[in-house]
Design a protein around this ligand. Structure first.
Ligand SMILES: N[C@@H](CCC(=O)N[C@@H](CS)C(=O)NCC(=O)O)C(=O)O
Length: 231
């Protein structure tokens, strides 16, 4: 049985996992979940992921949600070497740190500022903007202290997949982060050195960019958490 990935085409966590599968050269079946139609909010989907979130990996009946866990599982299972998810204790710890930082702070703050107001009835506020700057400043400091080409090492690791897709959300709304020079350099390096991986991210970025200009109409949706924008 091939792997199946339930993914949303403009979802940063989904795009991170798709980059990983591409980097590992693993065959898989891609199932596009339609967020606007609420395909992830059904009871059937909840059997795959009780959190009703996208992505979910199905490895022959073994269901795994949470994109960080999926990245770790895929790199451990299919990595030909330990580059994407190093075995060296300290390098692996830095990768894990960056994944946690992305989940707790970097993507969280970017998502609150960029994504939530596109899809739901939230505003971009001085506070949400301040949090993005804190996240960028943190990341810039981590890059400066580590002094490597990528987020956790001199080569791409699974941490870059998450941090790149989060940063892409900023680019999608033309957010200027040039005052964070190491973040800018790392992001540009990633794009130019990994065009196949970047093309996956770029597809999602174009969708987010279009939605920024013409927000989707989700007024039909009843969401358990987010306030739906009434047109
Ligand atoms: N921590 C999760 C977050 C996944 C996530 O939030 N996915 C979004 C789509 S990008 C989602 O499914 N949201 C559900 C909803 O808002 O109803 C992960 O990294 O996999």
């Amino acid at each position: 049985m091939p792997l199946t990935l339930y993914s949303v085409s403009d979802g940063p966590p989904s795009l991170a996992v798709r980059q990983c599968l591409k980097a590992l050269n693993v065959d898989y079946k891609l199932i596009n979940v339609d967020f606007g139609l609420g395909e992830h909010m059904t009871e059937d989907y909840a059997k795959k992921n009780p959190q009703k979130e996208i992505p979910v990996l199905d490895d022959d009946g073994f269901f795994l949600g949470e994109s960080n866990a999926i990245l770790q599982y895929l790199a451990d299972k299919y990595g030909q070497d330990d580059k994407l998810y190093p075995k060296d204790l300290k390098t692996r710890a830095v990768v894990n740190h960056r994944l946690c930082f992305n989940l707790s702070t970097y993507y969280r703050y970017i998502s609150e500022h960029v994504m939530a107001p596109i899809f739901f009835d939230y505003a971009r506020t001085p506070l949400s903007l301040k949090k993005v700057h804190i996240a960028l400043d943190n990341f810039n400091t981590y890059l400066q202290r580590l002094g490597k080409k990528y987020a956790a090492s001199d080569n791409v690791t699974i941490a870059d997949f998450q941090l790149v897709t989060a940063t892409m959300c900023l680019q999608a709304i033309n957010f200027d982060f040039s005052s964070y020079p190491l973040v800018t350099k790392w992001y540009d390096t990633y794009k130019s050195e990994n065009p196949d991986l970047w093309s996956i991210v770029e597809g999602g970025m174009k969708e987010i960019s279009d939605f920024e200009k013409n927000p989707p109409d989700l007024s039909h949706m009843t969401h358990p958490i987010h306030p739906v924008r009434r047109q």
